[in-house]
Design a protein around this ligand. Structure first.
Ligand code: SF4
Length: 368
């Protein structure tokens, strides 16, 4: 994701991610992410050679002015704004590894999925201590939905992950892998299960890995994850303002922003500058100034702040919360892109993970 695009394409990406897309053929392209941990209800769409995730199953998307025609035999489709054709887009094909299953009959697609164009992603533990009750759960998250719908399994074993990762590299050419997890009980916050998964995957295939978890209670886990084969680390703040954090993610907010910042300092010493990242969901109430001020602190530490437009996921308490306005997103992403470029922290220099994949936000398009 390195070459930069015309202003027009960049603007279109930012708008598509805010407004969503209606599909004349809902089956176009690879099956989309519905439910699951973190941002979801997207479909991968390629514009000008760049693949981004665009909301398609949300209520915002149903009212979007953007419509994609039924794709032709090559997966190419005309994108229209209202009645006017404005661009040619493509839908990445269903990956070949989706057709396979383990010896004990688990479809590979229940173990890991293709994100963007070339990223393999999995939620190692599909349960979360934060998700046990409405009063603690993050209101934007749907980690239990895909499990309830039988589209995934509770715990992906290291062997299963290794098997699927190898197939996804050989059959579909995936370039890196994201291992996220619901937060288990215990002080490591998921670091242990990420480390054991990474050891098995790295033994099976040479694939850069990103681990994603809450800050573990002991910073020693960073070294352990690194030596297990995790190349980059994501610890996701999601929101900035403490009052908002408490309201929208009461369980997760018990770990304050300040603890994240000390954990980031320690993690950057282990993984390196620009190899630690965080996810920030824009559009849930944090102001532009709050987001940019925190990003400045993160960048000074060496952390890549991946600011992503909030996508309301069906079935979550925030399903009717509007997605952020494209101009407002641009007013954050444009200065942030400049800050990142000046600091030398770039999406393309990350070894693995969401910041590198860059499909959930047009941020990387604003880095020069
Ligand atoms: S940015 Fe992260 S969550 Fe989004 S598609 Fe890429 S790997 Fe998946």
């Amino acid at each position: 994701m390195s070459m930069s695009l015309s202003n027009e394409s960049r603007q279109l990406m930012t708008e598509l991610q805010s407004l969503g897309l209606r599909l004349l053929d809902p089956k176009a392209g690879a099956s989309s992410r519905r439910g699951g941990a973190g941002p979801s209800d997207h479909k991968a769409v390629t514009i000008d050679g760049h693949t981004i995730m665009v909301p398609v199953h949300t209520s915002t998307a149903w009212n979007s002015p953007f419509v994609a025609d039924t794709p032709d035999a090559h997966g190419q489709s005309a994108l229209r704004r209202g009645a006017i054709p404005i661009a040619q887009i493509a839908f990445p094909k269903q990956p070949r590894f989706y057709a396979m299953q383990t010896l004990d009959g688990v479809p590979y697609s229940h173990i890991a999925t293709l994100h963007g164009a070339d990223v393999l992603a999995t939620t190692v533990l599909q349960t979360c201590i934060r998700y046990e009750s409405r009063s603690k759960a993050c209101q934007f998250c749907a980690i239990g939905q895909s499990l309830a719908a039988g589209r995934t399994i509770t715990h992906k074993t290291p062997q299963q992950l290794a098997e699927v990762a190898r197939a996804a590299v050989l059959l579909d050419g995936v370039k890196h892998m994201v291992l996220t997890t619901g937060t288990p009980p215990g002080d490591d916050r998921g670091a242990a299960v990420l480390a054991e998964s990474a050891i098995a995957i790295k033994a099976a295939v040479d694939l850069p890995l990103q681990g994603q978890c809450e800050p573990p209670d002991s910073d020693q886990w960073f070294e352990r994850m690194r030596s297990a084969g995790i190349d980059t680390l994501g610890m996701h703040l999601e929101l900035v303002n403490p009052i908002l954090r408490k309201r929208i993610m009461p369980g997760k907010a018990t770990v304050p922003v300040e603890r994240y910042l000390t954990a980031f300092e320690s993690a950057v010493r282990t993984f390196g500058r620009g190899q630690v990242s965080t996810y920030l969901l824009a559009g849930l109430g944090d102001t532009r100034e709050e987001i940019l001020a925190l990003c400045e602190r993160l960048i000074a530490i060496g952390v890549y702040p991946f600011v992503v437009p909030f996508v309301p996921i069906s079935g979550t308490p925030l399903e009717d919360h509007p997605a952020p306005d494209a101009d407002w997103m641009k007013s954050i992403l444009a200065p942030l892109g400049g800050m990142l470029s000046r600091a030398g922290l770039r999406s393309k220099d990350m070894k693995a993970g969401c910041g590198k994949c860059a499909a959930c936000s047009s941020l990387s398009q604003y880095e020069s």
